[in-house]
Design a protein around this ligand. Structure first.
Ligand code: NIG
Ligand code: FE
Length: 416
């Protein structure tokens, strides 16, 4: 193996590349730099340099020839629920015949049906179920993934889900950002007593997840079928008090003002946003809150109301795109499909979701200083693609043009 990967401590260079750096300092579309090389020391980018520069010409170390191929930063899926048990395909069948998502949720289906299946599974079983989903994301270039709990809704079951997320991180060459989403739905044993469940989250679940370092952020579902603004406020305040970052599923099905709550708590991101109003956009712009667009849920729920993309763009709100991989509203393990949907359904340019699944997704996970662009001192997470233009990564689905996946400076199997 040592001859294949070079001696430890040797610098590596990926040469003859066309870079889509997404570095704002590179003022071309995609941050494009032709005939460039990336020089890597350990797990960091040491230099991004033209092929005719002294750094490249005098390079001494292991060389990987990209033969003119495009190289992008590793993809970051900043919103997934990829640990779950059971299947909701039968529910999807009902939805297609006209029963609305909110109605199914009220009848005890939806999220609660996944809660029943997830509670019934052991940590090992949940891990085994999650592996193919994670592999599918990684195979198309994901090097960092956010994973939420939220289908346990008891102290033990939420921690069980987060332990699965931790085990996934330990088992695969991928970085995991674990998020506690105990405020996803009111569990059946608390029906009619949502405030008491919120007290359980605040007094027991958040402190335990923070204490065991099983989560780095807390999320809430601020919606009529889930938690009120006041209840979410209690959860987010407790999360902050325990040193967790915050984010939220807000303004997805109605406008409850969740986004101002996220901004008030200095949240990393506000996600979904179909019902975002004008005043909220100004708040997000002021606070630098990332707008995470999740077109998969919009598509699967056959929603009519789209997030106000043009206004977000004009206001300069950073836009990220996530898969929202979950068994109910977005049951597909493909960030490339989500990027495609962001263009076709929400009107993004192909460059926007690519930036939204690299630079802006890094920002949505509090990792902008280390991930998301091809620039000096960033972590050496990048992808070598067999495409003629970066838009092809978003446009052409069904085949996988990923040739090489580099994580922390190590070449990993492109198709794990
Ligand atoms: O992001 N909105 C709430 N949560 C998920 C749906 C989860 C589910 O239906 O299981 C979402 O769409
Ligand atoms: Fe979600």
């Amino acid at each position: 193996m040592e001859t294949l990967h070079g001696s430890p401590g040797w610098d590596q260079m990926w040469e003859n590349a066309r870079l889509a750096t997404f570095d704002p300092a590179v003022r071309t579309p995609y941050g494009q730099l032709d005939r460039h090389a990336i020089i890597v020391r350990g797990d960091r980018i040491l230099a991004v340099a033209p092929m005719d520069s002294p750094a490249v010409e005098g390079f001494c170390g292991q060389i990987h020839n990209c033969e003119g191929r495009w190289v992008t930063p590793g993809l970051i899926d900043c919103h997934t629920h990829l640990v779950w048990g059971g299947s909701r395909a039968a529910e999807w069948e009902m939805r297609l015949s006209g029963v609305p998502y909110a109605e199914i949720a009220r009848r005890g289906g939806g999220i609660l049906s996944t809660v029943r299946s997830t509670r019934a599974m052991t940590e090992d079983e949940l891990f085994a179920a999650a592996v193919p989903r994670l592999r599918a994301l990684m195979a198309e270039g994901v090097t960092t993934v956010e994973i939420k709990s939220g289908y346990g809704l008891t102290l033990d079951d939420e921690l069980k889900m987060l332990r699965v997320a931790r085990r996934l991180a330990e088992s695969f060459p991928v970085e995991v950002s674990p998020t506690l989403l105990a405020a996803h739905a009111v569990p059946p044993e608390f029906t009619g007593r949502a405030d008491e469940y919120v007290s359980l989250i605040v007094n027991e679940i958040i402190p335990a997840a923070a204490e065991e370092k099983l989560a780095e952020a807390a999320d809430v579902f601020c919606e009529q079928i889930a938690f009120s603004r006041e209840q979410c406020d209690r959860v987010l305040a407790a999360a902050r008090a325990h040193g967790l970052a915050v984010k939220g599923h807000v303004e997805q099905l109605s406008s409850l003002g969740g986004v101002t709550l996220i901004a008030k708590h200095g949240g990393w991101s506000a996600d979904h946003l179909e019902y975002l109003n004008h005043a909220d956009i100004a708040v997000m712009a002021r606070r630098g809150t990332v707008a995470v667009l999740l077109p998969g849920a919009y598509y699967f729920l056959r929603e009519q109301q789209k997030p106000p993309v043009e206004e977000l763009r004009t206001a300069g709100v950073p836009m990220a795109v996530g898969s929202d991989l979950n068994p109910g509203t977005s049951p597909f393990a493909s960030l490339r499909l989500a990027m495609n949907q962001a263009c076709v359904l929400f009107g993004l340019t192909p460059e926007e979701p690519l930036a939204g699944a690299t630079r802006e997704a890094a920002r949505a996970l509090g990792r902008a200083d280390r991930l998301g662009t091809l620039a000096v001192a960033k972590q050496a997470d990048f992808l070598v693609w067999d495409v003629e233009h970066p838009a092809e990564i978003v446009c052409s689905l069904g085949t996988n043009p990923l040739r090489e996946r580099v994580v922390r400076g190590q070449v990993e199997n492109a198709h794990p």
